[in-house]
Design a protein around this ligand. Structure first.
Ligand code: SF4
Length: 216
C-alpha cells in the first residue's frame, strides 16, 4: 500500500513563541499551502501549494525524533487542507508527543483527536487581515476547554471586533490576544484591563529572541 504523504514546507526545532505553550522547546512541522492571504502574513513562503516537498508520514516522524523535544507544533500554511495531517497527528500522539495544531479556522475541526495531549490553536482573523469573512465560527463550539482561540490584533478596530466575537460566541477555551508583528502589546493590554476581559495578552517570544529569522 502506498504510504501517506504530506506536502511540507519545513521542519525545525525552536521555542514555542505563541499561545499558552509559550517558551516550551518544540519541533515545528510547517505544511505547505494556504487558501488565505492575510494582509500581514509572516509565512508567505508557505502559501503556494506548488512549493515545498511531499514527505511520507514515517519520514516526518523520523525527522521529528532527531530533536530532543516532547512537544510538536503542526502549523502552516493551513495544515487541515491536507487530509493526511489528521493521520500524522494521531501517529505523533501515539508516540507520546504533546501536539499543537495551528489552524486558521476555515476548515472544520470535526474528527480531530480528543486527547489531553492535543491542543488546537484556532485563529480568528480580524478585519485588518482582510480574511475575517472566511472563518468558520461553528468551529468555536468544537474547541475543548484546554484549546486556544487566538486573535492577532493590529488596531482598535481589530480589538473591538475580537471583543464582539467573544461576547457573541462565548468560547469556553483559552483566549489569546497577540499584536501583529509580535511584540507591541501595550495598547491591547491596557484595553483588556480597562474592559475586564478574561483573556491572555501575549507577545511572540521567538520574535523577541530572534527577530524575523526564518526557522526560529
Ligand atoms: S492563514 Fe496563516 S499562512 Fe495563511 S495567509 Fe494567513 S497568516 Fe499566512
Amino acid at each position: 500500500m502506498k504510504e501517506k504523504t504530506i506536502r511540507i514546507n519545513e521542519i525545525f526545532y525552536s521555542i514555542q513563541g505563541e499561545g499558552i505553550q509559550i517558551g516550551i522547546p518544540t519541533v515545528f512541522i510547517r505544511t505547505q499551502g494556504c487558501l488565505f492571504s492575510c494582509s500581514w502574513c509572516d509565512t508567505v513562503y508557505a502559501r503556494d501549494f506548488e512549493k515545498g516537498k511531499d514527505m511520507k508520514v514515517s519520514e516526518i516522524i523520523k525527522k521529528v525524533k532527531k530533536y530532543p523535544a516532547k512537544y510538536v507544533c503542526v502549523t502552516g500554511g493551513e495544515p487541515l487542507l491536507q487530509k493526511n495531517v489528521k493521520f500524522l497527528i494521531s501517529r505523533l500522539l501515539k508516540r507520546g508527543y504533546n501536539v499543537n495544531l495551528e489552524t486558521n479556522g476555515s476548515v472544520s475541526l470535526n474528527g480531530l483527536p480528543k486527547s489531553k495531549n492535543f491542543l488546537i490553536s484556532m485563529d480568528v482573523k480580524c478585519p485588518s487581515s482582510k480574511m475575517e469573512k472566511r472563518v468558520d465560527f461553528r468551529n468555536i463550539k468544537l474547541l475543548k476547554k484546554t484549546d486556544q482561540l487566538k486573535f492577532v490584533l493590529k488596531d482598535k478596530k481589530d480589538y473591538d471586533y475580537a471583543k464582539n466575537i467573544i461576547k457573541k460566541y462565548k468560547p469556553g477555551c483559552n483566549i489569546v490576544f497577540m499584536p501583529v508583528g509580535g511584540t507591541n502589546a501595550k495598547k491591547f493590554a491596557e484595553n483588556v484591563l480597562k474592559n475586564g476581559l478574561n483573556v491572555r495578552v501575549l507577545i511572540q517570544l521567538h520574535k523577541v529572541i530572534w527577530g524575523d529569522k526564518r526557522g526560529k
